[in-house]
Ligand binder design. Sequence first.
Ligand code: ZN
Ligand code: ZN
Length: 195
Amino acid sequence: MNKLILIFLLIFFSCQKAKVERNSKVIVIQPLGNFQSDAAQEVLEKIREINPNVVLRKSIDFPLGSYYKPRNRFRADSIIKYLKSQVGTDSVIVGLSSKDISTTKNGHQYWGIMGLGYHPGSACVVSDFRLSDKNKKDQFYKVVLHELGHTEGLPHCKTKTCLMRDAEGGNPIDEEKNFCENCTFFLKSKNWKLQ
Ligand SMILES: [Zn+2]
Ligand SMILES: [Zn+2]
């Protein structure tokens, strides 16, 4: 009899554990084209601090048909559509690009951007092409967090120092310090390990 209870308890606890792990998404880092592998490795290590469930995949080519030659840009919407098909519902994938990426915005069909993500959804892409040379890596990681924030469902934020601030066609990233209190609260509810 006691043995039976023990078995029930074990089953109960293993189910509880599975439930907790399901809540925390796997972040898949996907370098595109000739994106530098040491820079991708750095992103992996930084993300590990907010979510230990992170993996770095081998670089792949930009998806077929995403290149727009007249502007020498890749369509970010085509990229995230393709990336989405490369992961299951338990994951979110972030593409890393050093090529310029674009989307249709403000009446422009090939508007150059720093990143694009589903809101919410399971894919985003970030490009370092438009970032300041001076502190490219720091800015790049901030954009990665911004796009991952969108995939969790966060909209743009009015707080000037918040990572969810809308760039509005410029580059205000150096003014952004961290997620603001509200955005942090939201992301913590999605199991992000933030201070
Ligand atoms: Zn945004
Ligand atoms: Zn905010």
